[in-house]
Design a protein around this ligand. Structure first.
Ligand SMILES: *[C@@H]1O[C@H](CO)[C@@H](O)[C@H](O)[C@H]1NC(C)=O
Ligand SMILES: *[C@@H]1O[C@H](CO)[C@@H](O)[C@H](O)[C@H]1NC(C)=O
Length: 140
């Protein structure tokens, strides 16, 4: 194998890796309070949905599109629905209210707020558009 072939293969490997990372949606926890966390799961409109994560303050979790368990439509603009259970300031998730939020499969969903009556979901779409909306607990 020539040196340039090796370089080319390396470039392809790096590119593939980058594409796998960028072809994902991510959910970010930017709540107030270092001990504020939430549990997020993809709503089971996707029969193979497997995205179920606890996200601590300042962290994020992502799910790649090329995984049919994350991506129902296979499109960057496809909508992904989430259920989010929030533990503000270290509160237990047991019996906690569930919130509903959605974003596009190629986007990033940022959860902010300082109490359960003031939670905002901001969806940053892959095309640069941004939707910001307050989200409220789903009636039990
Ligand atoms: C989405 O997932 C399906 C099933 O794994 C796959 O066939 C398709 O290529 C994926 N779409 C994208 C854009 O990665
Ligand atoms: C709602 O939360 C945001 C983000 O933490 C904060 O900037 C804002 O002041 C809060 N609003 C109220 C009314 O508490």
């Amino acid at each position: 194998m020539t040196c340039s072939t090796k370089l080319l293969l390396m470039a392809i490997t790096v590119l593939t890796l980058w594409l796998q990372i960028s072809q994902a949606y991510c959910v970010y926890n930017r709540l107030d309070g270092a001990d504020s966390y939430f549990y997020v799961k993809e709503r089971e409109v996707n029969p193979r949905a497997s995205f179920k994560k606890q996200i601590n303050n300042g962290e994020r979790e992502c799910c790649p599109w090329n995984n049919g368990e994350c991506n129902l439509t296979g499109k960057q603009e496809g909508i992904v629905d989430f259920h989010i259970t929030i533990g503000m300031y270290g509160a237990s998730l047991e019996g906690a209210d569930t919130f509903f939020a959605f974003c596009s499969a190629g986007g990033g969903l940022v959860i902010t707020g300082n109490n359960l009556y003031n939670i905002t979901a901001t969806c940053n779409h892959a095309d640069g558009k941004v939707n910001t909306r307050p989200i409220f607990a789903i009636e039990k």
